[in-house]
Write a protein that binds this ligand. Structure first.
Ligand code: F6P
Length: 747
């Protein structure tokens, strides 16, 4: 409505000015027309009376002349009539003929103009016309017209013109409001259609249909998966819980040994002021895997990166966790500063991370980093070999830091079942082909029995890349790659979170969380809150979200002072130049926007570059009205799912980037292109104004999905697939032992 007023007010001003200028012109023109009419009328009356008057003058017959005049003035408009002698004296006149009017020479010619005379009782029009008989002038007729009707009509016209402009203004205003409302509704409908993958709004269909198509495809797959799984579950009775996972381990894998290997560890020991604190890192991988390990026990092999990690382990570099209720162990792998710089900061994060995310930051590949990457992968392989107590463990290898590890494990433990999960996007062959060590990485990954990605799209990218760069047989139908007599299944396993989340147990009611967060930020009671929770990483679209907030305040100034966006950004990979540059850019933009729109203690953006523990983050999730996940590219993004899990009040709106894997599972979110700032601003507006019922419907549906598609299902499906491979492989071994040429699934 405010937007419409901005059109209407200037319009009304402009119309008033035009009316002000136009009314006197119309006034003059109409009055002139009435005067002309009167002139013509005078001529007509004279012509009508002339001959009779001549006859009566000749006799002469004063009574009859007066009668003639009195008949003539029955016409309303004729006020009086008089007759002047050639000597200039009024000889005959009707009763109202004003005494002050004298005889004057007649107006001559057809276009003769009379004159106007303002009298106390109104305006009069005087016309003098000669009365002639056979060329002899007998006198002149004086016609006096009452012009008050013209004055009346003129002021009526003024009124009509005035009303005309008012009605015109109202009509234009109504049309403007309707058009503006319709366009706004069109936006909303468009956004919703994007969200549903339909693309109802034409411009958005044109611009984004290509980007939305993969989402629609994945959604169809998802619906099919849900259907198939429901049927299978009805038969097998699986509900995905920690207990179900334990049962799979026990029944399907016969209690086989499970090892997890990742770069990041789930608990970091940090010394602060002489005290050892235990931190949970900000990591999607940890969020997903930690509940699995709690459910399954076993060993988690990871880089010991905390400054108090060494003093917290036993002789075998083990530490039992979670601290409050130990149920599994971490085996820490130690890296020198040099190794960490080359393997983690260098090759993994300046190289592979930038390569796979396509967020317009160039990957940097240095051979010294590559050497460290190879050496550290070997170190991890060694740790796996040391930790394995059987010759055929199930090993879950995690992420792009350890791409060479599956092949190395295969060499050390040929009977192991290696399930590798790639937590970030996998690009197409052109992009991946940039990497100077692309073949080595692909071969390393193909050491896996099962290779998992978040989405089918990434699976296809991987298969296309292998097809392009390695001699192999790629079957898109069975989703397998065979190379040198070995086979790898390439499968989508959309990662998720535990449900219900353990952190919720200690959370206060949503209202209390909101009050607390508002109080913390000096916000009034009715203040609305937007929230972003990310690592401070250039792939997360933090700058784009700030710009969207800025645009929202530009387009809808009603939100100034009523809405703030809180961005939690956990410092990350701070030794890398690009991340430090990004840190300054984020701070600068937040300051700029706050300077532009901030006033009287109001800050549109609250930037919090610091670590928060999961319980604190969950309090923010519960307090906010809108959670905005704006990744420029993301494998899955578990923040989206955590937000949904946190909202047991079934309120709150999720705005989700179409480039995050999560968008393929959560069409009830407002799906946006984070590069389209206006669209994101519109999504914020829609989210902030969304009725509670609609929020509830969307949230309920998303919670339903996460409840079923939780992290136990993610791990359970991989473990079930692994169990199937192991069974099949054992069968082959029994039946076909000695057949060396056969292609078989690895154990
Ligand atoms: O979620 C994707 C991811 O790359 C994880 O693999 C990783 O643990 C997380 O981001 C955080 O990154 P880092 O471990 O480098 O802090």
């Amino acid at each position: 409505m405010r937007l419409s007023l901005r059109f209407i007010l200037p319009l009304i001003c402009a119309l008033s000015l035009i009316a002000y200028a136009v009314v006197p012109i119309v006034d003059t023109l109409t009055f002139r027309r009435f005067v002309n009419d009167t002139e013509i009328r005078s001529e007509l009356v004279t012509n009508t009376l002339h001959d009779s008057l001549v006859q009566l003058l000749k006799k002469p017959s004063p009574i009859k002349i007066r009668q003639l005049f009195n008949r003539a003035i029955k016409d309303d408009r004729i006020y009086a009539l008089g007759f002047c002698t050639p000597q200039g004296q009024i000889k005959y006149a009707t009763s109202l003929f004003p005494k002050k009017i004298k005889c004057e020479p007649p107006d001559s010619g057809a276009n003769a103009h009379g004159r106007l005379l303002q009298r106390r009782h109104g305006l009069l029009h005087l016309a003098y016309r000669a009365v002639v008989d056979d060329g002899k002038v007998l006198g002149e007729l004086v016609l006096i017209h009452d012009m008050s009707f013209a004055q009346r009509r003129t002021s009526e016209t003024q009124r009509y013109v005035f009303y005309f402009f008012i009605i015109l203004g109202v009509i234009i205003a109504i049309v403007t409001v309707i058009v503006a409302q319709l366009s706004w509704k069109g936006w909303i409908r468009g956004l919703r259609s994007v969200m549903r993958g339909e693309g109802l709004l034409r411009p958005m269909t044109l611009d984004t249909s290509a980007e939305i198509r993969p989402i629609v495809k994945d959604l169809r797959e998802l619906v099919r998966d849900i259907d198939t799984e429901r049927r299978a579950r009805d038969e097998s009775q699986i509900t995905w819980t920690p207990r179900a996972l334990k049962e799979i381990l026990h029944n399907e894998l016969a209690g086989d040994e499970v090892l997890i290997v990742s770069n990041r560890e789930p608990y970091i020991h940090v010394k602060k002021d002489g005290q050892i604190e235990i931190h949970t890192p900000v990591s999607g991988l940890v969020t997903a895997l930690e509940p699995i390990m709690r459910a399954c026990s076993g060993t988690w092999i990871a880089h010991g990166s905390g400054n108090a990690d060494r003093e917290s382990v036993d002789k075998k570099d083990h530490v039992r966790v979670p601290p409050e209720n130990p149920s599994y162990q971490i085996r820490r792998v130690w890296l020198s500063k040099d190794e960490e710089a080359g393997y983690y900061y260098g090759f993994a994060n300046e190289g592979l991370w930038a390569l796979c995310h396509i967020a317009h930051v160039r990957p940097i590949f240095r051979s010294r980093d590559w050497q460290k990457y190879v050496a550290v992968n070997k170190k991890f392989a060694q740790a796996v070999a040391e930790e394995a107590t059987t010759d055929d463990p199930v090993i879950l290898v995690q992420d792009y830091h350890l791409a060479l590890l599956p092949k190395m494990i295969r060499e050390l433990l040929p009977k192991a079942t290696v399930i590798t999960f790639w937590h970030i996007p996998f690009p197409n062959p052109e992009v991946f082909g940039i990497c100077p060590w692309r073949e080595e990485l692909l071969k390393g990954l193909l050491g896996s029995s099962i290779l998992g990605f978040h989405t089918r799209f990434h699976c296809h990218n991987f298969m296309d890349t292998v097809d392009r760069f390695l001699e192999s047989r790629v079957s898109r139908e069975s989703m397998t790659i065979s190379r040198k007599g070995e086979q790898t299944a390439v499968m989508p396993y959309p990662i998720s979170i535990e449900y219900p989340v353990k952190w919720l147990k200690t959370q206060k009611a949503v209202v209390e969380c909101r009050t607390h967060i508002r109080r913390m930020h000096d916000m009034p009671n009715n203040h609305l809150i937007g929230l972003g929770v990310d690592r401070l990483d250039y792939t997360k679209g933090i700058l784009e979200r700030f710009r969207a907030v800025e645009r929202l305040l530009e387009l809808e100034p009603t939100w100034v002072g009523k809405f703030s966006y809180i961005q939690i950004a956990a410092p990350s990979r701070t030794s890398i130049d690009e991340y430090r540059r990004f840190d300054s850019e984020v701070r600068e933009l937040a300051t700029k926007i706050n300077q532009r729109f901030g006033q009287d203690g109001y800050e549109p953006i609250h930037l919090k570059i610091e670590y928060y523990d999961p319980p604190q983050i969950y309090e923010f999730f519960r307090a906010c009205d809108v959670c905005f996940v704006g990744s420029l590219h993301d494998g899955m993004n578990l923040v989206a799912k955590e937000f949904i899990a946190s909202r047991d009040d079934e309120q709150g709106v999720l705005i989700l980037s179409q480039f995050a894997g999560a968008s393929r599972e959560l069409p009830e979110a407002l799906i946006v292109n984070p590069y389209n700032i206006d669209q994101c601003a519109a999504a914020l507006h829609v989210a902030l104004e969304m009725p509670r019922d609609e929020q509830r419907n969307r949230m309920r549906s998303m919670r339903g999905l996460i409840q079923e598609f939780n992290v136990y299902r993610w791990a359970g499906r991989m473990l079930l697939d692994a169990a199937r491979l192991r069974r099949r492989s054992r069968l082959f071994e029994d039946i076909e032992s000695g057949d060396e040429d056969r292609t078989r699934f690895r154990l």
